[in-house]
Design a protein around this ligand. Structure first.
Ligand code: NDP
Length: 439
């Protein structure tokens, strides 16, 4: 039921999930009887607020703030905060909706939520970032808490922004507690959280491929994006002896035939916070293609021949033509680090062609799973080693792969992990909702 306009991404995400659920609903009448579909598409709570702050020129700036607390059947709301000019209520709603099923798939006790602002961090000074984060938290603090709602990072929000938001939360509440994840290692963060989403997406590909008697070893891979997820996808690909040859940002893409220079990429993106154009300065053999030169209607990343693709930038960055290009060039595996990066038509083609396709809500769940490990460490006042966290992460990704694949098999489409992920995630949340009554 399309009752309100401007929720394009939410309708896209909801339609995909609801389509997948048909065989489950036909098999088990409890979900209709308890009106779970009608209930699960309505957020439990949506918060929209004004953020006032002052820029370095002394001018007042006004932004929109959002937090959606979508479903708490399995635990406190959990999901990232995104700072990007494209953020609106519909985008946050789609991300929050996906988060419900993703969090359920991890097998952990976390509900679904998401938040953000249309604030654009690009070109802002460190002081402006701090003032904005403080202004954002001056409203958000009253809605969150370690047992209520525990936000994390997402596009435009990393350890620096989490630090400023945590500082403000602590000042306003006088409480030092695990209310945010993705914190600095100096004061409550978990080893391995920074790496978790990217590493997890590669583990997911590894398990999809293993089931087909294949591996990533010595295989050329394309990666989109050059942020947190992309960087640690590239790192884990190297650990598994694969060869990641691309990365990108919103202005263009790098193709480095010999393999992306990971240390250089980290320097540019994590330390200097510069644009990808800088990469070519140090690696003259690499090719930089600005988006104006992409073949019309395509993303140039997916025009590079590869064995496996790791979309790690943003929603709807891979369309039907990109999917066709990937398949024509021999790609047999797509593991989504980003949320909903493939358009519905691209997803249909991947499913039809029976390649190893891992949808975001399964393949990128390693980030939120490790956030839950951070919550567990905070609550028990302990710190686990990197190895301990990474071992747990790999185990969780293996379990998610097995759950989605077994569920897909149960419903007669063994290679359709979209079906498997949606049904498995939904079933866990829906059963909890039924047991908890009409609340
Ligand atoms: P970052 O902000 O660290 O990086 C985002 C990257 O994507 C940048 O390279 C950015 O380029 C690019 N990008 C963003 N918007 C666009 C756009 N409209 N067009 C083209 N490129 C774009 O974010 P993350 O790496 O954390 O997030 C990437 C994706 O992964 C998102 O979909 C996020 O929701 C998802 N995700 C992240 C998790 C995490 O733990 N961080 C967990 C699960 C999913 P530029 O710098 O030019 O903007």
């Amino acid at each position: 039921k399309r009752s309100s306009p401007s929720q394009t991404e939410f309708y896209q995400a909801a339609e995909e999930v609801l389509e997948s659920l048909r065989p489950l609903i036909e098999k088990d009448s409890r979900y209709l009887k308890h009106k779970i579909i009608e209930r699960i598409v309505e957020p439990e709570r949506q918060i929209m607020f004004r953020i006032n702050w002052v820029d370095d020129n002394g001018e007042i700036q006004v932004n929109k703030g959002f937090r959606i607390e979508f479903n708490s059947a399995l635990g406190p709301y959990k999901g990232g905060i995104r700072f990007h000019p494209s953020v609106n209520a519909g985008v946050i709603k789609f991300l929050g909706f996906e988060q419900i099923f993703k969090n359920a798939l991890t097998g952990l006790q976390i509900g679904g939520g998401k938040g953000g602002s249309d604030f654009d961090p690009k070109g802002k000074s460190d002081n402006e970032i701090m003032r904005f984060c403080q202004a954002f938290m001056s409203e958000l603090y009253r809605h969150i808490g370690p047992n209520t709602d525990v936000p994390a990072g997402d596009i435009g929000v990393g350890a620096r922004e989490i630090g400023y938001m945590f500082g403000m939360y602590k000042k306003l509440t006088n409480r030092y507690e695990g209310v945010l994840t993705g914190k600095s290692l100096l004061w409550g963060g978990s080893l391995g959280r920074t790496q978790a989403t990217g590493y997890g997406a590669v583990y997911f590909a590894k398990y999809m491929l293993e089931a087909r008697g294949e591996s990533l070893e010595n295989k050329r891979c394309v990666v989109s994006g050059s942020g947190n997820v992309a960087i640690y996808t590239i790192e884990k690909l190297y650990h598994l002896n694969a060869i990641p040859v691309t990365c990108s940002d919103s202005k263009g893409m790098i193709y480095d035939e010999e393999g992306i220079d990971l240390e250089l990429l980290k320097q540019i993106k994590e330390v200097k916070r510069e644009r990808l154009t800088q990469y070519k300065k140090y690696r003259p053999n690499a090719v930089y293609t600005p988006i104006e030169e992409y073949e019309e209607g395509t993303n140039a990343v997916y025009n590079i021949p590869c064995f496996a693709a790791f979309p790690s930038a943003t929603q709807n960055e891979l369309n039907l033509q990109d999917a066709k290009n990937l398949l024509a060039n021999g790609c047999i595996c797509v593991s989504e680090g980003a949320n909903m990066p493939s358009t519905p038509q691209a997803v249909d083609l991947f499913i039809e062609s029976k390649i190893a396709y891992g949808p975001g809500k399964a393949a990128n769940a390693g980030g939120v799973a490790t956030s839950q490990l951070e919550m567990a460490q905070n609550a028990s006042m302990t710190n686990w080693s990197f190895e301990e966290v990474e071992t747990k992460l790999e185990e969780i990704m293996k379990n998610i792969y097995e759950t989605t694949s077994q569920t897909a098999t149960e419903f007669g489409e063994p290679t359709n992990l979209v079906l498997g992920a949606n049904i498995a995630g939904f079933r866990r949340v829906a059963d909890a909702m039924i047991e908890q009554g009409l609340v």
